[in-house]
Ligand binder design. Structure first.
Ligand SMILES: Cc1cc2nc3c(=O)[nH]c(=O)nc-3n(C[C@H](O)[C@H](O)[C@H](O)COP(=O)(O)O)c2cc1C
Length: 337
């Protein structure tokens, strides 16, 4: 196995461990809907069909980026992609770097011929390899959009991680200007705040995935893989680096109301999905919650999707929200703690 593929396999094993979930939480427990005990509708009246990238999707959540598909990543992606296809839920691929570098086939379209599939590359790979890599990532899977991930802390903790982040914004801007598909920029668990969001907007980006703090903790995972005593000491203060998903979403939405936000990072159920929508997200993404089912079967992923949909339906019913436009206006009640 190449270094990148070994690293990916480690990531999958470690991401399943609860010790590598952020100890802080994403903040969903600190904000509550005001219950509506007179919903004045039937549960079956709730409707959350949505549009994403100008296509109809069954619900406002998607499978977050995890693997580009190599070794056991291949079976994970098969289960995720078949479920995405069957449920009409979008799916984001994990980094395609290893597949593109090794020339391995990317089979996602065999399993998800018509689902929305998002390609994925790291911003530093674009800065190093140029726009051609972005074109190959999109073409190789007929991606509906390209996701570019920002992960500077993760790269610092990886011993061979990228330290040179010069010209990353220019590389992103070039993709936004020249690619035939939309570009989505995301973090991996530290969030993207209002200053960076504005720079990305000026660079032509229309979609941002927050990937805030509160879910999978990449600093913790990378330290578990490599940390010498010295590295543990240096990285220690950064284990909780970042901005909670729940704190940052309303701030960036208020700063840039015309941008499209994907709420992610620690989203764990349909109630969290509903809260993200209420806080300004057009779409939401869950990564780690799909990992364990994806290791089992396509049916297990479909069941997970169905549970999230039911939880979202319950939340909408219990807030008297028949449509997503009603949910966006539902009353919130800050909890006392
Ligand atoms: C096993 C695993 C692998 C991941 N690999 C990638 C990746 O290749 N590219 C990427 O943009 N994000 C990657 N992520 C980050 C997720 O897409 C997401 O932003 C982050 O885990 C926070 O969401 P969560 O709390 O729902 O897991 C990965 C996450 C997991 C759990």
């Amino acid at each position: 196995m190449t270094d990148i593929r070994t690293r990916k396999a480690d990531h999958i094993t470690l991401a399943l461990q609860s010790t590598h979930q952020s100890s802080q939480g994403a903040g969903f427990d600190r904000i509550r809907f005001e219950p509506n005990p007179m919903p004045q509708m039937s549960l079956q009246d709730v409707e959350f069909n949505s549009y994403f990238l100008e296509r109809h999707v069954a619900a406002p959540f998607m499978i977050g980026a995890m693997t580009g598909g190599c070794d056991n990543g291949e079976i994970i992606n098969q289960h995720l992609a078949e479920a995405a296809q069957s449920c009409n839920i979008p799916m984001s691929l994990g980094s395609q770097r290893a597949a593109l570098e090794s020339g391995l086939p990317q089979n996602v379209r065999r399993w998800a011929p018509s689902a929305i599939v998002l390609g994925n590359l790291g911003a530093t790979q674009l800065q190093q390899h140029g726009f051609g890599l972005a074109e190959r990532a999109v073409e190789s899977v007929a991606a509906n959009a390209l996701v570019i991930h920002l992960n500077p802390l993760q790269e610092l903790i990886q011993p061979d991680g990228d330290r040179d982040w010069n010209n990353v914004l220019e590389a992103i801007q070039r993709c936004a200007e020249k690619l035939d598909v939309p570009v989505i920029v995301k973090e991996v668990g530290a969030g993207i705040g209002p200053n960076s969001v504005k720079k990305l907007m000026d660079a032509g980006i229309k979609w941002i995935e927050i990937a805030g703090r509160g879910g999978t903790n990449w600093a913790s995972i990378e330290l578990d893989r490599n940390g010498s005593e010295r590295e543990q000491e240096i990285a220690g203060p950064f284990l909780d680096w970042g901005m909670n998903t729940v704190e940052i979403l309303p701030v960036v939405h208020a700063a840039c109301p015309n941008l499209n936000f994907i709420g992610s990072g620690g989203v764990r159920n349909g109630l969290d999905i509903a809260l993200c929508i209420r806080l300004g997200a057009k779409m939401t993404a869950l990564a780690q919650p799909f990992l364990a089912p994806a290791l089992i079967s396509t049916e297990a992923v479909i069941e997970k999707i169905s549970i999230f949909k039911e939880q979202l339906r319950w939340t909408m019913f219990l807030t008297g929200s028949q449509k997503l436009s009603d949910l966006r206006k539902a009353s919130l009640q800050k909890s006392v703690n």
